[in-house]
Structures are given as structure tokens and as C-alpha cells.
Design a protein around this ligand. Structure first.
Ligand code: PZK
Length: 287
């Protein structure tokens, strides 16, 4: 009598199961979303790349911030985690000016309450990383809020602990990635609280799905940057006349294999572990 996993939630590209009162199983699929739509064609190995990267960062930042990882399963795509009380806000750390941050800066000179210097260009590196929380409350899109609002929602002490944890892990990951040719422009963290009231890093960490990864070798501020992982998919979708509503188009084989190779390349650049070794023995990323 063991291992009866009860399905408790679905994300766009992931599934969540309860193992017992204290443990959850987070399973990353090979589904891919673009322009907010999940496409019908899977990307082989994408789920294993994302789970392997999360486990890699969890192992390397565990002395900086406690995290929810308990075990990485043999399939390389399933992570057993501690069940936490989740904070009702996501904590986004931005080191570069992109996406909604760039839009808000253009309109107001601020991003989620942070006044930024004048004259910044799209994709510029910020003088220092900023924290821009968002609520998970709404269906579909996250709603950006300022840090004062996040502190009201979470409780000030909890929010301040969560923001310091997020900043610390971002700074570590950004520096590690930059030294290996990948810019982590921004990344979204989900945190929880354990039975002792300690802040714990949860969900997935510094993956291409939770972050903007840019290739450092073609970085050029003053324009939007190509996505490290999804640019082939986006570019091909733009050639089809698809109106970006569901259902999305089936991807051609060359786009699927090129995208799969790009995910694997990100894994290998960041971890310095050959992906086939990960597939043979996933626990090498946490050794
Ligand atoms: C938790 N989600 C997001 C939803 C997914 C993921 N350690 C934890 N303890 C309690 N709850 C969660 C976690 C984590 N991580 C995560 N929702 C709850 C989510 C749907 C599918 F794969």
C-alpha cells in the first residue's frame, strides 16, 4: 500500500499530484505554450530539461534558501516536494527591462512602484534587480502589484523574507548563467511557508518556462531579444497567419527537433552535465 498519487491540479504544461498529507509530486510534461496557448505538438525532453534544471538550482541554492525538493524520480520529469502553505503572490525578480516592465517604464517611468533612471532602452540591464510581485488571483493573467500591496496581502514579515529569498536565488542564478552565455532577464518565484513558519522556495526555479532566457552572444539593448528556447516556435507561428487563439497549429518536425535541441543546449550550458547522462541517472544534477 504505497504511491497512490491523487491528481490535485493542472497547469498549462504541468500536473500536480498528492502523494500523502505531506508530499506532492510535480510532473513536467513536454507540452509547450506560446502566445499563451498550449500547442498540440509536444517537444521531446522539454519536461525533463525543466525538471532537471529546477533540481539543479534547488541543490545549489539550498544553503541560501530552503526549498521544497524531497526527491527527483527516475523518469527525470517528476519532483517529489514538501507540501507547503503557498503565498498568494508570485515574486518576480527583474534584472533587465523587458515585457510588461518595459511597457510600464515607457508609460510611467516606473515598474510596479520602482522609479527607474531616465533613458533606459528596451532590454537594458537594470542598475540593480527589482522585485515586482503579482497576484495569482485572476484566471489567465497574473496581475502586477507593488511591493506595498504584496506586503499587505502576505503580511510584511513574510513578504520581506520572500523578497530577500527571491533576490538571493536570482542573483546566484543570473551570475551562474551569465558566466555560461545565458542572460536570465527575469524570473518568477513561488514561495511557501512550512510548519515552522519558514519561507521555502517552491514550484520550479529558473527554468525557461518561469524566466526569460536570452542568448548572451546576440544580446543588443534597444530592441526585444530573441527567446533562448521558444524563438523557433514563435517565428514559425508568425509565418502561418495563426490568430493566436486556441487551438494552436501543429508544429513541423524541423521546428520540434530544433526546439528540443535548444532546451537540451540550455540544460547543458547551465549544468555542464551532458543531457544523456541526466536521462541515464537524473540524480547527478543534485549530487
Ligand atoms: C502548489 N502549485 C502550482 C498548479 C502544477 C503546479 N510545495 C507546494 N506545496 C503546496 N502547493 C504547491 C506546492 C508547489 N510547488 C504548486 N499549486 C500548488 C501548480 C498546477 C500544476 F504542476
Amino acid at each position: 500500500m504505497s504511491e497512490t498519487a491523487v491528481h490535485v491540479g493542472s497547469g498549462k504544461v504541468r500536473e500536480l499530484y498528492a502523494l500523502d498529507e505531506e508530499r506532492l509530486l510535480l510532473v513536467a510534461s513536454d507540452r509547450i505554450s506560446t502566445f499563451d496557448v498550449v500547442l498540440p505538438t509536444p517537444i521531446p525532453d522539454k519536461g525533463r530539461v525543466l525538471t532537471g534544471l529546477s533540481a539543479f538550482w534547488f541543490a545549489r541554492t539550498r544553503d541560501l534558501v530552503p526549498n521544497h525538493m524531497l526527491a527527483l524520480r527516475d523518469d527525470g520529469r517528476s519532483l517529489e516536494c514538501r507540501r507547503l502553505e503557498m503565498l498568494p503572490v508570485e515574486v518576480v525578480v527583474r534584472g533587465y527591462l523587458a515585457g510588461s516592465g518595459w511597457k510600464d517604464y515607457g508609460a510611467t517611468g516606473t515598474v510596479c512602484g520602482h522609479r527607474l533612471p531616465d533613458g533606459l532602452r528596451e532590454s537594458d540591464r537594470l542598475p540593480e534587480p527589482i522585485v515586482t510581485p503579482a497576484t495569482k488571483a485572476t484566471t489567465g493573467h497574473d496581475l502586477n502589484i507593488d511591493e506595498e500591496e504584496a506586503a499587505r496581502i502576505c503580511g510584511e514579515e513574510r513578504y520581506l523574507a520572500a523578497r530577500e529569498a527571491a533576490l538571493g536565488v536570482y542573483r546566484f542564478g543570473e551570475a551562474h548563467a551569465a558566466a555560461r552565455g545565458i542572460i536570465v532577464a527575469d524570473t518568477k518565484f513561488e514561495l511557501g511557508v512550512d510548519a515552522d513558519g519558514a519561507i521555502v522556495l517552491a514550484d520550479e526555479v529558473i527554468t525557461p518556462d518561469s524566466s526569460r532566457f536570452w542568448p548572451a552572444d546576440s544580446y543588443e539593448p534597444g530592441r526585444a531579444q530573441p527567446s533562448y528556447d521558444k524563438q523557433f516556435v514563435r517565428d514559425w507561428c508568425e509565418t502561418t497567419g495563426w490568430d493566436k487563439t486556441a487551438p494552436g497549429p501543429e508544429l513541423p518536425d524541423a521546428i520540434v527537433s530544433g526546439t528540443s535541441a535548444r532546451y537540451i543546449e540550455a540544460f547543458e550550458q547551465l549544468t555542464e552535465i551532458p543531457f544523456d547522462e541526466y536521462v541515464s541517472d537524473p540524480r547527478i544534477v543534485i549530487a
